[in-house]
Write a protein that binds this ligand. Structure first.
Ligand SMILES: *[C@@H]1O[C@H](CO)[C@@H](O)[C@H](O)[C@H]1NC(C)=O
Ligand SMILES: *[C@@H]1O[C@H](CO)[C@@H](O)[C@H](O)[C@H]1NC(C)=O
Ligand SMILES: *[C@@H]1O[C@H](CO)[C@@H](O)[C@H](O)[C@H]1NC(C)=O
Ligand SMILES: *[C@@H]1O[C@H](CO)[C@@H](O)[C@H](O)[C@H]1NC(C)=O
Ligand SMILES: *[C@@H]1O[C@H](CO)[C@@H](O)[C@H](O)[C@H]1NC(C)=O
Length: 560
């Protein structure tokens, strides 16, 4: 097998094919070093299928496959092209280094085939889960992709026109290395971490002045003490925050009003790269250069004497991208007087928060669509599942995020398999499922790692000024009950039936409140029939386990 991987860092990292991003195929990688073979792809969990587009600088046959080890043997292959007699396309498998054999069952569907400017463009689809044990199973781990092509439409030995590349199709993260020394640094400066289990430190800092607008396109974590740095958030400050300082978070300082998330990192996360058409704006006239860096130090053993200079580097460019991106924080309102607790000794307790975009018109007019391209889910230690439902006209139309195996230790921003559009009036419901089976006392909805949260950070474009959108059941209307005398599922149902106090906030710290909201029913996580040309196909679940999540927190003495 030819080894291209060691050379990759030399390729100036990831310049991409120009052109608009297809919302159904947001991902792209060159499979070869010479950039003659390009793969675009996207997937939809709800429909359970994955779409590929292979673009090869050749007008001969083109081949693409999923391989167990990077070689041909045992691989699942498609070969196609546009020849004198029209297009051809077959699903095949290879038993060795010989022409791949045509499968009895054709499980790939050709969507289109064309030639243009010396390139062959082949678009095809399959189900994510294979029905047939002989088909390659696309999993959430890295997969070895192979390609080959000919110079004519006669399918014969490809000679050196072949290669392999490992890509994680379902949890895609571009393999990036920081590419510039142009970065804004948001880091602590030899901060002495207090010897307490949970501590949130806040530093309001001022970025150097950038006279014109720039775009942040990459967020690089700098983690000095991996054992205690649990999450990092960087927030924009409203215009009235004009002084730097550092202090404990959320004790009533002016910096607590900085809450528009600009960048985030959670334990287990890596460098995050924005899609090629978007960047987070910084600099220019209308930009307050003050930001609040928040680090959650999780120090369960209360070790003393740790000093820390962790933080984030925000790589930026003056070459502006098509859209400004932003992050909307949705979920269950944190630190509200309308509090409730999660009962102990239950293996499944669900909380719900609704973001009602009907409120956005009180902040921006007209309300633009929000095109969501990535999501970061956040709970604390008791979190087991997070689902983000997307509702239109009162009906659920899909999910914006889903993690059925939530892992607190592994939180990262996950790019969506296809770009989802939130329209004005849509509702976003974040459902978190907790297990407190091993706890003897109640769990509060609060800031500490041993408390709970339920949040989704939605990365979207074009940016608007709404920063936060969440709800709480109006527990003031709850009859007095003793949490120890009620079954946990009954308590869950009672809370869900209460009117929801729905809140939206913008980056001027203006809030709108709708006090009488309702919680909607979320659909079961669907299972999708795997597709082959046999009508009596089996059912198989196609949901992807996206490890995601991160942290967050909130204020809210300010509210209500
Ligand atoms: C591949 O073909 C496209 C379209 O003709 C061309 O723009 C591009 O430069 C070619 N790439 C290489 C590496 O030759
Ligand atoms: C993929 O999903 C679409 C729904 O948009 C459906 O029409 C199509 O048949 C599916 N394709 C496969 C191969 O399952
Ligand atoms: C909310 O509902 C209550 C009870 O139905 C009603 O009295 C109140 O006027 C409503 N408030 C708003 C702002 O709609
Ligand atoms: C969303 O807010 C609007 C008012 O802004 C309200 O009429 C509607 O009932 C709310 N939807 C839900 C599901 O709470
Ligand atoms: C379709 O699948 C069923 C059950 O797996 C099997 O009995 C049948 O022979 C298959 N038909 C074809 C045409 O493959």
């Amino acid at each position: 097998m030819c080894s291209l991987l060691p050379l990759l860092p030399l390729l100036l990292a990831w310049t991409r094919v120009a052109g608009a991003v297809d919302p159904t195929m947001p991902f792209m990688e060159y499979l070869d070093q010479d950039r003659l073979v390009c793969l675009k792809w996207g997937f939809d969990n709800l429909q359970g299928n994955i779409t590929f587009q292979l673009v090869v600088n050749s007008t001969g046959w083109v081949g693409f496959g999923l391989s167990p080890n990077g070689g041909m043997k045992g691989s699942d292959i498609v070969i196609g092209g546009l020849g004198p007699d029209g297009s051809y396309f077959t699903d095949r498998h290879a038993t060795g280094k010989s022409t791949p054999l045509v499968d009895e069952q054709q499980n790939y569907v050709l969507l289109s085939m064309s030639e243009n400017d010396g390139q062959t463009i082949m678009t095809f689809q399959r189900t994510i889960k294979a029905c047939d044990d002989k088909d390659f199973h696309i999993t959430t781990g890295p997969i070895k992709l192979i390609y080959a092509y000919g110079t004519t439409d006669k399918i014969e030995y490809h000679m050196s026109r072949r290669g392999t590349k490992e890509v994680n199709l379902l949890n895609y993260m571009p393999r990036t290395v920081p590419t510039s020394s142009n970065y804004l640094s948001a880091q602590m400066d030899k901060f002495t971490v207090p010897a307490v289990p949970t501590y949130y430190h806040c530093k309001v800092l001022q970025f150097p002045k950038l006279n014109t607008k720039h775009h942040i396109y990459q967020i690089e974590p700098v983690i000095e003490n991996k054992d205690v740095v649990h999450h990092i958030l960087l927030y924009r400050c409203p215009h009235f925050v004009t002084q730097t300082y550092e202090y404990k978070c959320y004790v009533g300082d002016v910096g607590d009003t900085c809450f528009h998330v600009l960048a985030s990192w959670g334990i287990g996360g890596a460098v995050f790269e924005f899609p090629e058409n978007v960047g987070i704006p910084v600099g220019g006239d209308n930009n307050n250069p003050f930001y609040r860096l928040e680090i959650h130090y999780n120090n369960p053993e209360s070790k003393a004497g740790i000093t820390d200079s962790s933080g984030l580097r925000l790589h930026y460019t003056a070459q502006l991208r098509q859209h400004d991106a932003s992050i909307l924080n949705a979920g269950v309102l944190v630190r509200s007087p309308l509090t409730y607790n999660i009962p102990p000794k239950t293996s499944q307790f669900r909380t719900y928060g609704i973001c009602n975009t009907s409120q956005f018109s009180q902040h921006v007019n007209p309300v633009p669509d929000l095109h969501v391209f990535a999501v970061l889910l956040h709970t604390h230690l008791a979190g087991r599942k997070v689902r983000v439902g997307h509702f239109r006209d009162g009906k659920q139309i899909g999910f914006l995020g889903l993690d059925e195996n939530y892992d607190f230790e592994f939180q990262q921003t996950v790019s969506l398999g296809s770009i989802k559009t939130i329209k004005p009036g849509d509702e976003i419901i974040v459902e978190c499922t907790y297990s407190t089976a091993d706890r003897d006392g109640i769990t509060q909805m609060e800031l500490a790692t041993t408390d709970e949260m339920c949040l989704a950070f939605l990365f979207y474009y074009p940016a608007n000024k709404i920063t936060y959108c969440a709800s709480r059941p109006n527990t003031a209307l709850l009859p007095t009950i003793n949490i120890n005398n009620i079954a946990s599922d009954e308590y869950e149902t009672l809370l869900k039936a209460l009117p929801q106090v729905e809140i939206a906030l913008d980056n001027d710290f203006q809030e709108s409140v709708f006090p009488n909201g309702t919680m909607r029913e979320m659909m079961k996580t669907p299972t999708v029939a795997c597709q082959n040309n046999n009508a009596s196909s089996r059912l198989c679940t196609s949901w992807i386990v996206n490890h995601a999540g991160i942290l967050l927190l909130f204020l809210w003495f300010a509210l209500m």
